[in-house]
Design a protein around this ligand. Structure first.
Ligand code: ATP
Ligand code: MG
Length: 250
């Protein structure tokens, strides 16, 4: 069976100092390889600046990889038109992403509408998804993002990412800016959803407790490389100094 995500030898180098180039040729991501099966959540854990967000951007081609291969549901990402690739990937980012002048309903139904679903089917899908993430349609569907709390906005973001039923979900610190109680609640709900959805997920966080709770595997990023890849238990027992540093902070 094809996996939602296969990443092989992924690397990204900033443009160099050559003519018309502004970067310094620095490697932001180097030799990153992993796979994510259906129903699995790979947590990418790492300090600020370790390359987590860059890795997600290389997967959905917000950045084009310098080397390496990404396959989404068995197809090479590089061979797919970007729009088709993105239809297969739900992307959830902190705060940004919801269109402020669209209602919740319209935000969640965005991709199905672009895909030309008939309106009644979109309406049903939106209602089901809002229920899935714990938001009552009658209360929330017609509100605008600024009429929601941060936690509610995050739920809408997750609902929108799931709308077209993509095999793969990329989540970049989705619970980062929430108060600790809401955060723990959403983590619990996410944990319950994970198994039910049967999707491949890559979940970025720098919170080791969140990572150990939600990950079926942990990938630890250090200076653009995957310094460790293993189960939460293997992570807890690892002698790698960076794993130990994170465990000391748990
Ligand atoms: N367009 C860019 N040009 C130059 N450097 C960049 C660019 N984008 C990211 N970087 C650098 O690449 C490194 C990795 O950034 P990235 O955003 O992937 O980190 P991160 O692990 O997501 O960190 P955080 O936890 O703070 O979100 C950082 O040192 C960052 O400054
Ligand atoms: Mg980041």
């Amino acid at each position: 069976m094809t996996k939602p995500l296969e990443v092989q030898g992924l690397g990204y180098r900033l443009p160099g100092k050559g003519k018309g180039e502004t970067g310094n040729g620095r490697l932001l991501v180097h030799e990153v390889s992993f796979t994510v099966g259906a129903g699995e959540t790979l947590v990418l854990l790492g300090r600020s600046g370790s390359g987590k967000t860059t890795t997600l951007k290389l997967i959905n081609r917000l950045l084009e990889p310098t080397v390496g291969e990404v396959r989404v549901a068995g197809e090479r990402a590089a061979d797919l038109p970007v729009t088709r690739l993105r239809r297969r990937i739900g992307y959830v980012i902190q705060e940004v992403g919801l269109f402020p002048h669209f209602t919740v309903e319209r935000n969640v139904g965005l991709v199905p509408r672009l895909d030309g679903w008939p309106p009644p089917r979109i309406a049903t899908r939106v209602r089901d998804l809002l229920a899935l993430v714990g938001l009552d349609s009658d209360t929330f569907a017609r509100r605008y993002p600024h009429e929601l709390s941060g936690g509610q906005r995050q739920r809408v973001g997750v609902a929108r990412a799931l709308a077209a039923d993509p095999p793969l979900l990329l989540l970049d610190e989705p619970f980062g800016a929430l108060d600790p109680i809401t955060r723990v609640e959403l983590q619990r709900e996410f944990k319950a959803l994970e198994g039910r959805l049967g999707k491949g997920m890559v979940f970025v966080t720098h919170d080791v407790r969140e990572g150990l709770l939600l990950g079926t595997r942990i990938g630890l990023m250090l200076q653009g490389r995957l310094a460790f890849l293993g189960t939460p238990d293997e992570f807890r027992r690892s002698e790698h100094p960076e794993c130990k540093a994170f465990m000391a902070a748990a």
